[in-house]
Design a protein around this ligand. Structure first.
Ligand SMILES: [Zn+2]
Length: 144
């Protein structure tokens, strides 16, 4: 499958079998995030947020959640299905707001689940609540 390098924009051909061992860009050696194409959401933190979301040269859905939050648990399989459906087109990441308060504060997250939508490092949309899959997809369609 083809993965665009988040740093230099070069397209890399990566065998699907190699997706699990964190491939790097052939030109600049930047890590090609497995989350872009492996079809599963990846967990990010305050520390990796900038690299995984802001520096990513494409659309990203950030699911902000916490372990104690019931609606977040309801949303979780929907987010996983979206990651699968949009493999290679949308990066899907999860941020535990209990463990990563810095990012939650920066984006003024008052309630969870909150989904933040980014494109090329810019926040373009956000929504709070466990929405049905088709409602989330309406928003995704605008950025992919
Ligand atoms: Zn590169």
């Amino acid at each position: 499958m083809i993965i665009t390098c988040p740093k230099c924009g070069v397209k890399n051909r990566v065998p699907t079998s190699k997706m699990d061992n964190r491939p790097v860009c052939g030109k600049c050696r930047a890590p090609l995030s497995a989350g872009t194409s492996s079809g599963a959401p990846i967990d990010i933190t305050d520390n990796s947020f900038e690299n995984e979301v802001l520096a990513f040269n494409g659309p990203v859905l950030v699911d902000c959640w916490a372990p104690w939050c019931g609606p977040c648990r309801m949303l979780s399989p929907v987010i996983e299905q979206i990651a699968k459906d949009y493999t290679g087109r949308l990066k899907v990441v999860k941020l535990n707001t209990d463990d990563n308060p810095k990012t939650a504060m920066k984006f003024n997250i008052q309630g969870i689940p909150t989904m933040l939508f980014f494109n090329r490092g810019e926040q373009v949309d956000r929504v709070t609540g466990a929405l049905p899959k088709q409602e989330i997809e309406k928003r995704i369609t605008k950025i992919v």
